[in-house]
Design a protein around this ligand. Sequence first.
Ligand code: DQA
Length: 143
Amino acid sequence: MKLLLLNGPNLNFLGIREKGVYGTEDYGYLVRMMKEKAEREGHELDIYQSNFEGGLIDKIQEAYYNGTEGIIINPGAFTHYSYALRDALSSVEIPKVEVHISNVHKREEFRHTSVTAPVCDGQVLGLGLKGYALAMDYLTGRE
Ligand code: DQA
C-alpha cells in the first residue's frame, strides 16, 4: 500500500521537548521505526514533517494526485484550531487516522478539542509512539 505519514509543528522536536509528556525518543527514531515497519510489511511510506500549516495541506493535496491509500497524521497543535487543515483532510477520500502521542484528555482544556478528528476515520491517543504503528496496522488491515 502507498501510505503517507504527516507530523505537524514541533514534532521534529521529539526527544527535546517536554520529555515527560512525549518521551525521550527523537523524531529520527520515529522515522526509522515507521520506515522499517513499512518495509518489513511491504508498504511504501512517505514521511513528512512541517511546522507550517500550508506544507501539510500541500502534502494532503499531493496525496490526492499520487494515489496515496492511507494517511497517518499527528497535526500537533493544529489539531485544536486549524480549519484549513480539517478542510484539506475532508477534501480527500483517503482513509485517515489521527495520532496523538500524549493523552490530550488528561491535559489542558484547549487540547480536548480536535477539529481534525471528525474528518478522520479514527484516532489513537495516549499510547506514545506505538500509536503511529497501530494507526498503520489499521490502515493496512492488520489485526
Ligand atoms: C500532540 C498533542 C498536541 O496538543 C500538541 O500540541 C502536540 C502533540 C501529541 O502528539 O500528543 O504538538 O499532538
